[in-house]
Design a protein around this ligand. Structure first.
Ligand code: SF4
Ligand code: SF4
Length: 311
């Protein structure tokens, strides 16, 4: 992508006009290719690719720059590569509910409900990391622990609760990967969302809306109320390097003054709670009738799920 950008960028400036990060440093994606020191400042939201007439991608540029010279990746690798809070059994399960690492922390009751629904259908669950944080950090991400897990469990289909897990694992694993919404719909589980949800689309599903195609079956109408906000602020691990962009994001979302904010990524919900936004709803929780608020006890919840039904 760095080479392609150097050859193909026509310096139209559309990427700069659509990105707080590029705007702050007064650069376009072509300039970014020569700013290695900013490789951990990109939120990896994908908006630049969406607007670029040449289909050039800041995500890919940031990834290439990070891989050339990875920095500060040891902690993430230690925690996530062989996820320290994982909970997997050796039980055979041709379908496997994959809760990821964040969803049980932010939505414990909804996670319980999903585990219960799947349990009644003979489907086991996994709490584990999809390795996206390692992958995006620029370190070498190994998917072999997950491959080993699905081989041991004879799993043929992974049911993902998290959009990040879905989009990454679909590309990396050799088995079928579906979203939890597709699974619920095919089994006639769940009820329609009441009213018109104002949806904050997660970066991973924002431009292709693959998962949203299944979610749409549970809503009559919706509003894309936050289209001008590129990322919740957690993308690409850039938050710690760009606190002023994070602040602007928080202010902008609050200024929009929407009646509610529906998410389908638990990380978005988690940061919105930190922003002290009101009426944060989770589409999965509402569809299942749990109507759970995002939890402020993340650490306690993930620890509890580590030992849940320890088999
Ligand atoms: S939008 Fe694309 S072509 Fe235009 S300046 Fe940015 S990278 Fe170059
Ligand atoms: S991926 Fe997002 S943050 Fe990074 S350059 Fe593109 S628009 Fe900006």
């Amino acid at each position: 992508m760095i080479e392609r950008t150097k050859n193909e960028c026509i310096k139209c400036g559309k990427c700069t006009r659509n990105c707080l990060f590029l705007e702050k440093y007064e650069m376009n994606l072509l300039d970014f290719t020569d700013r290695e020191e900013l490789r951990y400042h990109c939120f990896m939201c994908g908006k630049c690719k969406e607007v670029c007439p040449k289909d050039l991608s800041g995500v890919e540029i940031a990834l290439e720059l990070r891989r050339r010279n990875p920095k500060g990746t040891a902690g993430t690798k230690w925690m996530k590569e062989n996820y320290k809070l994982k909970n997997n059994s050796k039980r055979q399960s041709s379908n496997l509910l994959f809760l990821g690492c964040n969803y049980p922390g932010y939505y414990p009751k909804t996670s319980e409900k999903l585990i219960e629904i799947c349990g009644e259908m003979g489907i086991d669950f996994s709490i584990d990391c999809c390795k996206k944080p390692v992958y995006e950090s620029g370190a070498k991400a190994s998917f072999s622990p997950l491959e080993k897990l699905i081989e041991e469990k004879n799993t043929k289909r992974l049911i993902c609760a998290c959009p990040n897990c879905y989009h990454l694992l679909k590309k990396k694993l050799d088995i079928e990967v579906i979203s939890v919404y597709e699974f619920l719909y095919e089994n006639n589980i769940g009820t329609k969302i009441k009213g018109i949800p104002e949806i904050f689309f997660p970066c991973s599903d924002r431009y292709n809306r693959e998962i949203f195609q299944s979610i749409k079956k549970y809503i009559d109408d919706y509003q894309d109320s936050f289209w001008e906000v590129n990322c919740c602020g957690l993308g690409g691990g850039a938050a710690k390097n760009e606190p002023d962009i994070l602040r602007k994001t928080k202010i902008r979302i609050a200024e929009l003054q929407k009646e509610n904010i529906y998410t389908y990524c638990s990380s978005c919900s988690g940061i919105f709670k930190k922003y002290e936004l009101k009426n944060i709803r989770n589409l999965l929780s509402e569809i299942l009738g749990v109507e759970e608020e995002v939890s402020g006890n993340y650490a306690k919840n993930v620890l509890k799920f580590k030992f849940k039904q320890r088999r």
